[in-house]
Design a protein. Structure first.
Length: 179
């Protein structure tokens, strides 16, 4: 029977020490970042030979890499969400333009991309939840009129980014401040 409390070899300790000081860290239950999840989904789409999904995920990874190269940073989950939100907004605009131009085939492609991109967004808040956040932000800032809209939006944007349509939030804030 082997001793479960045997000493750890010196070379293993040196290796672990080097990893820790090189910036590596391992924690139990550490979930994947959104960027890693997107990469894993791209690999799964390659294995499944799902060309539509693969093309959309490649567009997303290209946008993420473009941001990293332009700003010389590693993007965080919040920045990835902002990129996805921007791409979703572009898809919605394209869908309305294609439908207005009578190009339903292109609108369908954009709708498929929109559905894939939407899977990476966090669960959306209901209108009632957004309205409650707006009321709380107006009270917190002490906004008196439309001139305080920027202050209120400054409080709401970090809380609601990716979880609510900021255009709709802006309209709710405007309505709340003009009452």
């Amino acid at each position: 029977m082997a001793n479960p409390l045997r000493p750890v070899p010196q070379r293993v300790l040196v290796f672990l020490y080097a990893l820790i000081h090189a910036g590596w860290h391992v924690t139990e239950g550490d979930s994947m970042s959104l960027k890693e999840q997107i990469t894993e989904d791209m690999k799964a789409a390659m294995r499944a030979k799902d060309s539509g999904r693969l093309a959309t995920i490649r567009l997303l990874t290209a946008a993420i890499k473009q941001k990293e190269v332009d700003e010389r940073i590693d993007v965080s989950d919040e920045q990835v969400l902002a990129i996805i939100e921007k791409m979703i907004k572009q898809r919605k605009d394209s869908i309305s333009q294609f439908e207005a131009g009578g190009r339903q085939d292109l609108a369908d492609i954009e709708k498929a991309e929109l559905a894939i991109l939407s899977t990476y967004m966090p669960a959306a808040l209901s209108d009632a939840e957004v309205q409650a956040e707006v009321v709380a932000a107006v009270a917190a800032v002490g906004a008196a009129g439309p001139q305080d809209m920027g202050k209120v939006m400054g409080v709401l944007k970090p809380k609601l980014a990716g979880r609510a349509d900021m255009t709709a939030v802006s309209a709710m804030v405007k309505a709340a401040l003009t009452q």
